[in-house]
Design a protein around this ligand. Structure first.
Ligand code: UD1
Length: 418
């Protein structure tokens, strides 16, 4: 298991090119089995979640080939509808495979999904929606068996705009008989990307990015070569790192609208933000001010996937901040690690009260989940002295070459085999 050694206190300067979005690439992998023609996903980031999705597809009988960062999936010989528990436990996104497998085989058997340990993460919304489309569901011994003779378009209303459930419904309805109208859909940019990808394959989907998505079932889908949207969470992580360290950074590839609230909050901290097309330039000088209140919400609200990194920034700003986590119950597990660095943060249920301290100091830290791990890296970069961040397996799930990119920006960070 590797660790980072970080000597904090260096200002960050330079340009960073943002990877394709993890949360877009994973459902696109799932969607690739909707056709028996080859599908190429271009500029796939080198993250372990993508490798895990590739492994799931191989287990189904698909051929998955990497040419540099382009991945070609040929599922013409795919014949299995079962996903082993070893893989679904690694990766919660394997739940998208339900919709795709049902469209392709009318059957799916998958172990209850895993992923980051950040809360209960039930999948009731996914399963209820699939029932509306005519799917029979039995749950036994940690496995979910879904089957149907045919998928029928339906009116579906989601109680909560779940990202995964919205994507699963799109994947199950895309070739269903007739029309599906999904009300209360999630509006994340990655949903729009899935719509664009499926439409490029010949689907008839409209409305992604709004509350209502309309899907007219089609008879067949074609192969496609597709470049996914860039990762707004990776972009946000770099902007927050620059804010915490001071310096000037240009983040390239992400539309400012996709991280509008973060940019607003960074300005509130005292950073200067300059936007030109898909380039976001941040300048951070002197001690920043705490954000008074940040509350995570579904898009276009403040992303839960940037909550931990934002708390890490606030930990050494001037004043106090209230951080409210509305999406996942236990998403403050990284806080005790920040406390080891001298952070003054009190967690009560869904609220974290941050009292900014003048400086964090280096410590030995354990990354317990993906975004919490990124938060520790940000804290360590901005701290005085040396920190080690242990267990990089979570960070590797979602960030490609985080260390190399930070080093290019002037950070003193090494990756060391333990
Ligand atoms: C996706 C993202 C994840 C992000 C999250 C919220 C991917 C691969 N992951 O996760 O990075 O943090 O969106 O933006 O895209 N819920 C239920 N029942 C369900 C489904 C969800 O109660 O059937 C609840 C969850 O417990 C959670 C909330 O809804 O409290 C949001 O979950 P959801 O939007 O589904 O997140 P994911 O798709 O798992």
């Amino acid at each position: 298991m590797d660790k980072y050694m970080i000597d904090g206190g260096r200002r960050l300067y330079g340009t960073v090119k943002i990877q394709s979005a993890k949360n877009s690439v994973l459902p696109l992998f799932a969607a690739s089995i909707l056709t028996d023609k080859p599908v190429t996903i271009r500029e796939t980031p080198a993250i372990t979640d993508a490798l895990c999705m590739a492994q799931i597809l191989r287990e189904l009988g698909a051929e998955v080939r990497f040419h540099g960062n382009d991945v070609t999936i040929d599922s013409s010989n795919a014949c299995s509808h079962e996903i082993s528990s070893a893989l679904t436990k690694e990766l919660r996104s394997s739940v998208f495979m339900l919709g795709s497998l049902l469209t392709r085989f009318r059957r799916a058997l998958i172990a209850y999904p895993g992923g980051c340990d950040i809360g209960l993460r039930p999948i009731d919304l996914h399963l209820n929606a699939l029932k509306h489309l005519g799917v029979d569901i039995t749950e036994r011994d940690g496995y979910i068996l879904c089957k149907c003779d045919r998928l029928r378009g339906a009116e579906i209303l989601l109680d909560f705009p779940s990202v995964g459930a919205t994507e699963n419904i799109m994947l199950a309805a895309v070739m269903a008989e007739g029309r599906t109208v999904l009300q209360g859909a999630a509006k994340e940019p990655e949903i729009v990307d899935l719509q664009n990808f499926l439409n490029a394959m010949g689907a008839k989907i409209a409305g992604a990015g709004s509350d209502v998505i309309e899907i007219e079932g089609v008879k067949k889908l074609n192969g496609v070569s597709y470049k996914p949207v860039k990762d707004r969470i990776e972009a946000g992580t770099f902007l927050l790192a620059c804010a915490a360290c001071g310096g000037e950074m240009e983040v390239v590839g992400v539309k400012a609208d996709n991280i509008g609230l973060l940019l607003h909050k960074l300005r509130e901290n005292g950073c200067k933000i300059h936007i030109k097309n898909d380039k976001i330039r941040i300048t951070s000088n002197g001690r920043l001010k705490c954000n008074r209140r940040i509350e995570t919400m579904p898009f276009p609200g403040f992303p839960t996937d940037l909550q931990a990194q934002t708390t890490a920034l606030n930990a050494s700003c001037e004043g106090g901040a209230l951080i409210v986590e509305n999406l996942f119950e236990t998403r403050f597990k990284y806080v005790p690690e920040l406390q080891k660095m001298g952070a003054d943060i009190e967690v009560k249920g869904r609220n974290a009260f941050v009292r900014g301290v003048p400086k964090l100091h280096g410590a030995s830290l354990v990354a317990g989940d993906l975004r919490g791990g990124a938060a520790l890296v940000i804290a360590a970069l901005g701290a005085e002295g040396v920190s080690e961040v242990l267990d990089l397996s979570h960070i590797d799930r979602g960030y490609s070459d985080l260390q190399g990119k930070l080093k290019n920006l002037g950070a003193e960070i090494k990756r060391v085999r333990v």
